[in-house]
Design a protein around this ligand. Structure first.
Ligand code: MN
Length: 145
């Protein structure tokens, strides 16, 4: 796991996003509403010193029975969980980022293609699943109960 892809995509002289390093053993959970070229929601879960990340094209599900596409994206530094601000025009992900929900999670199951977490946020609470499709970066994200 590395932050290479994260760093390669960004010019830190131009974007206010954190450069950050790996570290920490916490269990942070955050969803950032990212009003970029397409409005989406970035789900991030702290694991092994980085934020594992997925982009949801639609609003995250508050109740069971709603399945959302979640496209896996590059790992982000842990410091990104606190980031809100404006990524300047012309930069990667240009647009506004605001924290939509945040808290912590506990791990029920974390395998390569299946993750079950108990989210303790303000909006999202309870058991949530991430299930990967066969051979790409697309996952399904839904509330279990
Ligand atoms: Mn994004």
């Amino acid at each position: 796991m590395s932050l290479e892809e994260y760093e390669e995509k960004r010019n830190f002289e131009k974007t206010p996003e954190p450069q950050g390093t790996r570290g920490g053993k916490g269990r942070m959970y955050v969803i950032q509403k990212h009003n970029a070229s397409h409005l989406h929601y970035d789900l991030r879960l702290e694991k092994d010193g980085v934020l594992k990340s997925w982009a949801l094209p639609k609003e995250p599900p508050l109740t069971p029975g709603v399945r959302r596409l979640a496209v896996q994206t590059e790992d982000h530094p842990v410091a990104y969980a606190a980031f809100q601000g404006v990524i300047p025009k012309g930069e990667y992900g240009a647009g506004t980022v605001e924290i939509w929900d945040s808290g912590t999670y506990s791990k029920e199951k974390w395998e390569e293609r299946e993750i079950i977490v108990d989210l303790d946020g303000e909006k999202l609470r309870g058991l949530y699943c991430l299930i990967a499709f066969k051979s790409n970066k697309n996952w399904l994200f839904f509330k279990k109960k």
